[in-house]
Design a protein around this ligand. Structure first.
Ligand SMILES: [Zn+2]
Length: 289
């Protein structure tokens, strides 16, 4: 699948929030389920493919050395990533039409620019993760939910040493007075400059404060780059109900913003936390119109 500035593609929705719905404990490791509950992971992939996703990701967001070590799963890093890739790729291959799979790499969990970890340690982990994802058959890699520019650069460069397949650089913007910066103060324009210099093929934003906020971020990205743009927002503003974070924007409400996102230059539109198959179906219907 050739992704360009003219593409209009539908991606998938959340994986984490879906796995919690399907029985994952609050303290559980979502990525371990690639080994222990492959049928459930396949079910999430199928839900999105059936809802009309052209592109799905893998259940490997937190499968890096720092996070897996906390769960005592460091020795399984390669297997968790490879099998995660194989599950999504098999589901995509068995779905009708042309589908594509991007291997997910999330934040390392310790920040380079805060001196919590050095670049070599992040690079080693990213390479191990990306190598296993590529071995599992992914068509590209998405680096997502990052907030630290040094980590973004290091991660994109590490992946680019391993493959010519497309690499997405996606950050979460939810801070600053206008909510247009990452937690670490990075602006959309800074993301574009650094991501392009590091060799990213697609630039994006995911998670954050909801789909309405992502429109302004998408506009800012588009005014800074001609690369394809990847937009996966949360289902509205996260709200705290009791001790739980909930995302209350329903599928139709989310999809209402899709025409504006397309006008703002979005090429790949999906969802992040709180979105599920209904959101993807609603996005698909708008994109097809
Ligand atoms: Zn999210």
């Amino acid at each position: 699948m050739n992704i360009t500035k003219e593409s209009r593609l539908v991606a998938d929705g959340a994986w984490g929030t879906e796995l919690f719905k399907m029985g994952l404990d609050a303290g559980g490791c979502p990525e371990e389920w690639n080994l222990t509950h492959p049928d459930v992971i396949r079910k999430v992939a199928n839900q999105y493919l059936n809802a009309g996703s052209d592109l799905i990701i893998t259940n490997t967001f937190g499968a890096n050395a720092a996070i897996l070590e906390r769960y005592g799963l460091l020795d399984d890093l390669a297997r968790i990533n490879r099998i995660g890739a194989e599950i999504s790729c098999k589901a995509a291959a068995e779905a009708e039409g042309e589908r594509t799979v991007f291997g997910s790499i999330g934040p390392f969990g310790r920040l380079i620019s805060m001196g919590e970890v050095d670049e070599d340690e992040v690079e080693d982990s990213v390479k191990a993760q990306a190598e296993a994802l590529l071995e599992g058959g992914v068509d590209g890699i998405v680096i997502e939910t990052l907030t630290d520019l040094a980590e973004l650069t290091c991660t994109v460069q590490a992946v680019k040493t391993l493959t010519d397949k497309p690499v997405v650089a996606s950050m979460s913007f939810d801070s600053g007075p206008a909510k247009q910066c990452t937690m670490m103060g990075v602006t959309p324009a800074e993301l574009v400059t650094e991501a392009e210099a590091a060799g990213a093929d697609i630039i994006g934003t995911n998670c954050g404060l909801g789909v309405d906020n992502s429109i302004r971020i998408c506009q800012a990205l588009r005014s800074a780059t001609d690369k394809p743009l990847w937009i996966k927002a949360n289902a509205g503003f996260p709200e705290l109900v009791g001790t739980k974070v909930v995302y209350s924007m329903a599928a139709e409400g989310y999809a209402e913003f899709v025409p504006e996102l397309i006008r703002a230059g979005a090429n790949i539109i999906g969802g992040c936390c709180g979105t599920h198959a209904d959101h993807i179906k609603a996005i698909r219907a708008i994109v097809d119109r």
